[in-house]
Design a binder for this molecule. Structure first.
Ligand SMILES: C[S@@+](CC[C@H](N)C(=O)[O-])C[C@H]1O[C@@H](n2cnc3c(N)ncnc32)[C@H](O)[C@@H]1O
Length: 202
């Protein structure tokens, strides 16, 4: 049926909603970051969005995640516009060339563990997620956007989601617009999407 099922709106998936938001901001030819590469869905989306003139930097601490992502990017023939780092996202400001500092169009985070991976105890943690978020805001251009999907269902997930929410709450409103999306009428724990826009006048 054209347009898909009407009882499953696109915003039911937070990752899809994040893509729609990034699409509205990230321009072809720009540089973007996938801070949690995982299976590479967001990396592929970003690579397709920036196009052949743009570039994507991706971070993950698991070689398994990078291998899966590399295969996905190669299958779509977009791997040449992506640089993958086997490194924590808290190092993104050191890894990304200085020429791009303050010029990124978008940074995407998708917290938690690698879906389908062999090690579910390898999760993102607030001690490194919060410094990475600060680095991401520094690296964004004015008008750029940061998206973060957080999950509360796995051990450690709720505390991390809470820490990120508190971080977003404290962002100075004259420099950033921070929004949080969550379901009103669904069972908890539900994922949530945090979106931060870096204001042009910041
Ligand atoms: C939910 S998955 C990401 C899913 C991914 N966005 C996708 O499209 O498939 C979270 C990923 O974060 C990774 N991770 C954990 N700690 C990290 C860190 N400090 N820096 C970067 N990635 C990390 C995990 O290895 C895991 O692959």
């Amino acid at each position: 049926m054209p347009g898909g099922s009407t009882d499953r709106p696109f915003f039911l998936e937070w990752t899809t909603l994040a893509h729609r938001i990034v699409e509205a901001v990230l321009r072809p030819g720009e540089v973007a970051v996938d801070a949690t590469v995982g299976n590479g869905h967001d990396t592929l989306f970003l690579a397709q969005r920036v196009g052949p003139e743009g570039h994507v930097y991706g971070f993950d601490v698991q070689a398994e995640a990078l291998a899966r992502t590399r295969a996905r990017l190669e299958a779509a023939a977009v791997h040449e516009r992506v640089t993958l780092f086997l490194a924590g996202h808290e190092h993104m400001a050191e890894k990304i060339p200085r020429a791009w500092h303050g010029r990124l169009g978008a940074v995407m985070f998708n917290l938690g563990y690698l879906p389908g991976g062999t090690n579910r105890t390898c999760i993102t943690r607030p001690e490194t997620t919060l410094p990475a978020l600060e680095a991401a805001l520094y690296l964004l251009r004015p008008g750029g956007v940061l998206t973060l999907v957080a999950y509360r269902g796995h051990p450690g997930g709720a505390a991390e989601a809470e820490a990120v929410q508190q971080w977003a709450t404290r962002l100075p409103p004259d420099r950033y617009v921070a929004a949080r999306y969550t379901f009103c009428n669904r069972q908890r724990p539900t994922p949530e999407l945090i979106v931060v826009h870096k204001m042009v006048s910041a």
